[in-house]
Design a protein around this ligand. Structure first.
Ligand SMILES: C[S@@+](CC[C@H](N)C(=O)[O-])C[C@H]1O[C@@H](n2cnc3c(N)ncnc32)[C@H](O)[C@@H]1O
Length: 181
């Protein structure tokens, strides 16, 4: 199953900037980013350098560039999605570049230091836990002094873990299985 094929489904329109829901998501991010960063206690310097990993069609990247006058780098595996973001950023005269690559080795893909590195938009189902560990180690090398790594885990907390609730060891009444030959 290719990512390109998967992201062609209407159900994932919200991740494509050239769709109505994609555009609505962008506007929502422009409106909500300051509140989100405020809530997370993140204070950005002027003209921050921001690296958006697993950036898709650069929806959060464009929002950061617009709201914070940021210098944004977007990384994703899908060339086609990245090019949609790049086109829109050029139209809006925003500082945004794109890099096609695998986030498991972020420091192999980009150089320099960033004030903020993000993994946003519920992308965790794409990446195995050990790969995420590796990504986080790589991100450490890319953070500027006082830089921040912001990662969206709402999918893990609200959608994925509840599906496994009966298998969790802390469950007070775990299911008990008996084998009778
Ligand atoms: C749920 S989408 C989120 C996109 C974007 N952050 C947003 O909110 O619109 C997840 C993205 O992760 C990308 N992706 C998956 N595995 C990746 C990897 N190993 N390296 C880079 N990008 C990856 C997919 O191509 C997809 O665009």
């Amino acid at each position: 199953m290719s990512l390109d094929w998967l992201y062609g489904f209407d159900e994932l329109n919200a991740y494509r900037l050239d769709t109505k829901t994609g555009k609505e998501r962008l506007e929502a991010q422009v409106k909500n980013l300051p509140g989100l960063l405020n809530l997370a206690g993140i204070v950005l310097p002027k003209k921050p350098r921001i690296l958006c990993l697993m950036a898709g069609s650069c929806i959060e990247g464009i929002a950061f560039a617009k709201v914070y006058d940021a210098d944004v780098t977007c990384v994703d595996l899908q060339e086609r999605l990245l090019s949609k973001g790049l086109r829109e950023a050029k139209k809006r005269k925003l500082k945004l570049r794109v890099i096609r690559g695998d986030v498991r080795e972020p420091s192999e893909l980009v150089g320099g230091k960033f004030d903020l590195v993000t993994v946003l938009g519920q992308p965790l189902p794409h990446i195995a836990i050990f790969d995420l560990d590796q990504t986080i180690s790589g991100v450490k090398k890319l953070l500027a002094k006082n830089g921040t790594f912001l990662i969206d885990q709402s999918d893990l907390i609200f959608r994925i873990l509840p599906q496994y609730k009966d298998a969790m060891t802390h469950n007070l009444e775990p299911p008990s299985l008996q084998y009778s030959p």
